[in-house]
Write a protein that binds this ligand. Structure first.
Ligand SMILES: Nc1ncnc2c1ncn2[C@@H]1O[C@H](COP(=O)(O)OP(=O)(O)OP(=O)(O)O)[C@@H](O)[C@H]1O
Ligand SMILES: [Mg+2]
Length: 346
């Protein structure tokens, strides 16, 4: 018998320790390593990325090797405290970043850009610096610099951590020097981006999307009255979260996004009634965070209503946050294909 719960009635309470304990690679990347990454022989930048990251892992936890004299006379350090992997969709950036995390010694944190901004929101800037300064490596996946406030915040955090001897590794789809370009012209913002990019050795990873899928088709929708029975049959003995889309969306605005991981802690599969298009940007961005957490945990979805390709409005899908929305639709669709047609979501 499946156990039924409701996300919209779950109020996760998370301590600082629990919050920090979540900063490790997700289930999907829990076992990856440099050995399971298969570089494409026609893309030399992939093998180079592995070599650079292996060398970088060797420097983690070691104090700055510059002698007193070289420091005194200001000789430039050869190696930077950060490494930054740039590249398109699905070239294996997260896989490589997680492999670095697994290979590096000491205390280390792994999270997305959004998770770190949420951490600062939950702990305060000072406390976040104090806590993360104890780490030897901080990995930031999916660096996003489309919000000037968050950029300044993260830039300061990176600088303080780097000064404290913490090694930094990040990934994005855009070069740090070009991030946010064309969207905000504020002088302050550009200055922050420059400072940020100076702390990282940038390596571009070329290649095709390993998943070989752009936006796969949504599975054929199920009738609303079918979905619970379908889910119980497919996932007997599992814990199913059964929710109405509107109620779940309303509940998401009551729970801090840093707690969404905890919100899903008991969920093996999600049964979602009457999915509809979200028209409010703030709510849509929260749903993006939920989608990331569902994908991290590989929670299959069985849904009725509109397909996830219609979750966001056309304006959202072509606006400033389009990359986030596109990613969320791609991930939710993969999870729905897994839930409804049994195709594993990679
Ligand atoms: N060279 C590779 N060898 C083995 N597995 C790979 C390789 N590249 C990617 N993968 C696998 O393909 C999937 C997508 O890769 P990953 O998520 O690391 O890409 P990404 O560049 O971070 O993409 P995104 O832009 O969506 O974040 C993962 O399951 C990953 O383990
Ligand atoms: Mg990734």
């Amino acid at each position: 018998m499946a156990t039924i719960t409701h996300l919209s009635e779950t109020k996760p309470n998370v301590s600082i320790e629990e919050l920090l304990a979540g900063f490790h690679p997700s289930y999907r990347f829990g076992e990856v390593s440099f050995n399971t990454y298969r570089p494409d022989p026609s893309q030399p930048s992939q093998t180079e990325a592995v070599n650079k990251l292996k060398a970088f892992a060797e420097t983690v936890g070691k104090k700055d090797s510059g002698s007193f004299l070289t420091k005194l006379f200001g000789k430039k350090k050869e190696t930077k405290n950060g490494i930054y992997l740039d590249g398109g969709f699905g070239v294996g950036k997260t896989h490589l970043l997680a492999s670095l995390w697994h290979a590096a010694p000491g205390r280390k944190a792994f999270g997305t850009f959004v998770e770190y901004t949420n951490l600062v929101g939950a702990l305060s800037f000072r406390q976040t610096v104090d806590v993360l300064s104890q780490y030897s490596l901080v990995c930031i996946d999916e660096f996003e610099l489309d919000d000037p406030g968050d950029t300044v915040l993260m830039s300061r955090l990176m600088r303080e951590l780097s000064d404290a001897g913490v090694k930094l590794a990040a990934t994005s789809n855009t070069l740090p020097g070009a991030l946010g370009e064309g969207r905000f012209a504020a002088v302050d913002f550009q200055r922050e981006i420059k400072t940020l990019s100076e702390q990282f050795d940038v390596h571009r990873v070329e290649g095709e999307d390993f998943r070989h899928r752009g936006l796969p088709d949504a599975p054929v929708p199920l009738e609303d009255q079918q979905i619970e029975g379908f889910a119980e049959e497919r996932y007997p003995n599992k814990t199913l979260a059964v929710d109405h889309f509107d109620q779940l969306v309303a509940h998401l605005s009551q729970v801090h996004p840093s707690r969404y991981r905890q919100l899903l802690s008991e969920t093996d599969a999600l049964v979602l009634h009457n999915v509809d298009t979200i028209t409010d940007q703030a709510i849509a961005l929260r749903f993006v965070v939920l989608a990331d957490r569902l994908y991290d945990k590989d929670v299959p979805i069985i849904a009725s209503g509109k397909p996830f390709s219609e979750l966001f409005t056309p304006e959202m899908m072509s606006g400033g946050y389009q990359k986030k929305y596109y990613r969320a639709v791609s991930r939710l669709t993969a999870l729905a294909r897994e839930g409804q047609i049994g195709e594993p979501a990679i």
